[in-house]
Design a protein around this ligand. Sequence first.
Ligand code: PLP
Length: 419
Amino acid sequence: MAGRNFLFVPGPTNVPDRVLRAMHRAMEDHRSSDFPSLAAPVLEDLKKIFKTSSGQAFIFPASGTGAWEASLSNTLSPGDRVLAARFGMFSHLWIDMAQRLGLDVQGIDADWGEGAPIERYQEALEADKGQRIKAVLFTHNETATGVTSDVAGMRRVLNATRHPALLMVDGVSSIASIDFRMDEWGVDLAVTGSQKGLMLPAGLGIVCASQKALEYYEQAKLPRVFFDFGDMRKANATGYFPYTPSLPMLYGLRESIAILLEEGLDNVFARHHRLAEGTRRAVKAWGLELCARAPKWYSDTVTAILVPPGVNGAEVIDVAYRRYNLALGAGLARMAGKLFRIGHLGDLNELMLLGALAGSEMAMRDVGIEIDLGSGIRAAEEYWQSTAAPLPKRDLPPRAAEAQAPSPAAKKATAGAAR
Ligand code: PLP
């Protein structure tokens, strides 16, 4: 199909040209004396993205799922109890992994579309007099339903109940796009992947561990080999990896961190918020509902849009893809067919997002949803225009026509030559 593909799934996200160019390298020896000058600063700078100075960053050749496994297997022992809420496909999958690893999961089921139920975590922690719960699993941004939960609130509950459990946070679709503060919020294990806010291809599973988590490592008995923090720490301490790292991904990560820090993390978060809010205005103008039940849970990285009863959300996605070259996110597990998702994270601006909103409007109309064409686009544009930052004053260069106009002397000379 002619023209570009509009990639609006909530990961993988668009990879900026700068990152693609940085990744375009001939392979090198990962045991050379030069290698540590690439790896060591990347590991250090990554901590700025997680907002931790006391934590330690780990980069595994994996994806977010591998980072989940690393966080569990390096800090816990078979039969350890973990407390976790299930309120969407990804929080469900993390629980499933914990069970399959032999952990004793105390689950809290919440409605899909709601955020993590902090009060129910609190009740469970208060009832845990013997402090059997060793870790709390908390999904910061549930990508399947487009809800963001309150990590700081979860930390307050752990403090208020004086509970020593580790706080493990899935930040796969929040870190580097939505405000995340590992040290300030007392997060012990923060998990992400490379293909979302970090604007890279999939291929890295990234974990940051607090000093407390590293102490738990010493006692933890779950089997681990590939994801062993100990092997990784030993190799990283000298600037190397315990096995062959992905060179292009490390070069790409170095570039993506540079891009994020140049923009400034607060500006990155503000941009994501503006883009998300414009999207939500569009949904409202279409007369549709979000899957997220309350504004306090609205996600700034992904909007999940419920389709009217009788319509299959998968059809909207299929038409958008085949007719307009637009990739939208599907409804997952029990939300299959009930919604479609627009991912608005990573390397993105208003005009790119308008492409997705326009394609969504047309695809929805194509499958029979009554949409007033242009209504969503107008609502988003109005919001973005009314909230745009004032442009700094700039002296304009002379207009092209003036600059190219012949001088009076040149005009005279040409007139003379013609005679
Ligand atoms: N957690 C969340 C919140 C996610 O959105 C995803 C993937 O989209 C994952 C975990 C799993 O990550 P990956 O697909 O990189 O293994």
